[in-house]
Design a protein around this ligand. Structure first.
Ligand code: NDP
Length: 611
């Protein structure tokens, strides 16, 4: 790791001190409890603004081969890979009114994906689609999700505007009963859950939030009926209005410049500024991205993952701010940390981090003309304490006369709301509309939400089985006592900034498990010993995160400042090595999780999943 323009030891010590102060200023004793979900009186925040009336239909009582819970990229890719594996009837059940997941729900003005489209959009080789911009707008991504679903005939059996409410294993028939909020109770030989991670929107639990009489909504349920316009802008409904936006995370950074264009006056309520690096979006041709041979997209995607996972790689095909900052993003992976001894690595890392963050703070100063506003927009923490963001229009928005930045750090966020506006530092800001760009709850989606009980063998609930000793799995996909249930997601597996790539590898793996079980007329279920061995792999290589998170400002990456990293154990060597491990395991060891069915559909395995 090279250290460009290293800072003096005194300058580094000053930075460390400043970071600690900024963190102390922001940590709140109530941590994640400061937020409220879109439940009960706030339930209307989560209503689907895009689907229209739910069409009436008869409840289903039939049987399919595979039920897939979730129609985002995880579910779509699982469906597509199952089709490729020749599996028969696949039914995807989705809460939204169509496929797309994150890209179905998030349609706010300015929405783009800041991971390069040519590596982010999955199945480009299979669909023949080549994006024309380096970073794609949300609508293009949503349409690509639909393209894959159409190509693989996933609409055939899909259920939309339908939430799965329970999954129950039936031993005699060797099937799962899938119950939904539309009265369905159909059977499936296999269930694949692809319930996503950042799916449950959250609101700040601001005193008086329910008293506000102006218009409000969350960015993941954009109200175009009120604002007018489209994700490209033209929000004519905001002309002459006093609009507030709470939150300056990855969503806020994209939406604020669009709101600034059309609002009468925009008040940006910021608590912690993001790092906003150069984006440099540009048109691309098929030639630019090497789309001239079969498998080009797979190669490009692999190249990106290798680089951000710290694997040796001679060429950087994507060459953007993610790849150039890889070591700052994934510093906890052994693949990076093996370079030099630990102390030397951490010193080099800290020096490189300081250079990067100084660069970003200098960028703010260069662009923002009002020195006081520029000072407030400077991030004082290490790169990747918060999710890095990229924009070539964000800082510029604060030079407009109709935009006011209201810093709320000293009061730990907005103090309270009144019938007419928002109060910060004793000053009331009257508003016609307040938009929450306040993100999503972590660790409460899907199977962890408690809203989707999973009852395995002997009626044991998955969360009960995990209550005492935490989640147990083999590779994060399957668990003892829950036959033919395959989970997609980062828990006990591996994640990456290019999450659709991870989901695709997981989908291939899930489809291979189902195909292997079908071929052997077997159930998919790991033994306890296989789970123990996998947990030992995760525990043994688990990196020590404390040194990094100790100086980070609070956010969802570190459980609002608790110092512990968010999320479950992950494979310590990162996603690239994890995918290699899965590939080898499928070739050599898939038989380990196949258990012959007995005549009633059971395996005769030790029945109790609890331990
Ligand atoms: P975040 O959780 O990242 O941001 C929420 C924002 O709300 C923060 O700025 C937070 O401040 C602020 N906030 C919360 N409560 C208050 C309060 N009481 N007063 C003032 N401010 C408050 O959510 P996002 O929706 O921005 O992003 C979530 C994730 O979605 C990203 O991390 C990313 O993974 C994904 N995403 C990806 C994009 C892409 O291009 N690929 C684009 C957009 C989102 P504080 O930081 O102080 O807590």
């Amino acid at each position: 790791m090279t250290t460009p323009r290293a800072l003096s030891p005194e300058a580094l010590a000053d930075l460390r001190r400043r970071y600690r102060l900024e963190r102390e200023r922001r940590v709140r004793p109530d941590g994640a409890r400061q937020y409220v979900g879109a439940d009960a009186e706030f339930g209307y925040y989560a209503a689907d603004p895009y689907a229209g009336e739910r069409a009436r239909r008869e409840p289903l009582r039939d049987r399919v081969d595979v039920a897939v819970v979730g129609g985002g990229f995880g579910g779509i890719l699982a469906g597509a890979r199952l089709r490729e594996a020749g599996v028969g009837r696949v039914r995807i059940v989705e809460r939204g009114g169509d496929f797309g997941g994150t890209w179905y729900w998030n349609r706010y003005p300015g929405i783009h994906c800041d991971v390069e489209a040519h590596v982010y959009l999955p199945m480009l080789d299979e669909t023949g689609y080549v994006p024309e911009w380096k970073y794609a707008p949300g609508e293009e991504i949503r349409r690509h999700a639909v393209r894959i679903a159409e190509k693989f005939a996933l609409y055939d059996d899909a259920l939309f505007s339908t939430a799965v409410t329970s999954l129950t294993w039936d031993e005699p028939s060797g099937t799962w009963t899938v119950a939904t909020d539309r009265g369905d109770a159909f059977r499936a030989t296999y269930v694949i859950t692809a319930t996503g991670t950042l799916t449950e929107l959250k609101l700040p639990g601001i005193p008086g939030i329910e008293d506000f009489q102006g218009h409000t909504f969350h960015t993941s349920r954009w109200d175009y009926a009120y604002t007018g316009g489209t994700p490209d802008g033209g929000l004519t409904g905001l002309a002459g209005k006093r609009v507030g936006v709470v939150g300056t995370g990855a969503t806020g950074v994209q939406v604020i410049p669009k709101l600034a264009e059309d609002a009468g006056h925009l008040y940006v309520f910021q608590r912690t500024p993001s790092t906003v690096d150069v984006r440099d979006n540009c048109r691309t041709t098929a030639r630019d991205v090497g789309a001239d041979h079969d498998g080009w997209a797979r190669e490009r995607r692999d190249n990106f993952l290798r680089i951000v996972s710290g694997e040796p790689c001679e060429e950087d095909l994507v060459a953007d701010r993610w790849t150039s900052s890889a070591v700052l993003l994934e510093k906890l992976l052994p693949s990076f940390r093996r370079r030099g001894d630990r102390a030397a690595f951490e010193a080099a890392y800290e020096a490189a981090d300081a250079v990067k963050m100084n660069e970003i703070r200098a960028r703010v100063e260069r662009i923002v003309t009002d020195p006081d506003t520029a000072e407030k927009l400077k991030p004082w923490y290490r790169y990747a304490c918060k999710r890095p963001t990229f924009s070539d229009v964000y800082y510029e928005a604060f030079n407009r006369d109709n935009v006011t930045l209201v810093d709320t750090a000293d009061t730990h966020g907005i103090e309270r709301m009144t019938a007419h506006g928002v109060v910060v530092g004793g000053t009331e800001y009257p508003l016609d509309c307040l938009i929450f760009a306040t993100g999503f709850s972590v660790g409460v989606s899907g199977l962890h939400s408690g809203r989707l009980p999973v009852r395995g063998r002997d009626g044991v609930q998955l969360l009960d089985a995990w209550r005492r000793h935490g989640p147990r799995s083999l590779h994060g996909f399957t668990s003892h006592g829950f036959p033919n249930l395959v989970r997609l997601g980062a828990e006990q597996s591996a994640a990456s900034v290019n999450f659709t790539h991870v989901l695709d590898e997981h989908a291939v793996h899930a489809a291979a498990l189902v195909a292997a079980a079908e071929a052997a007329d077997a159930l998919v279920e790991p033994s306890r010993e296989a789970e123990d061995a996998w947990l030992a792999v995760l525990a043994e290589g688990a990196p020590d995160h404390a040194w990094f998170h100790a100086e980070c400002t609070p956010g969802y990456y570190n459980r609002e400042g608790s110092g512990r990293p968010n999320g479950p154990h992950a494979y310590p060597d990162g996603a690239y090595a994890f995918h290699e491990l899965l590939r080898r395991w499928r070739e050599e060891s898939v038989g380990e999780v196949l258990r012959p069915r007995n005549r009633q559909g059971t395996t005769g395995a030790d029945a109790s999943p609890d331990r």
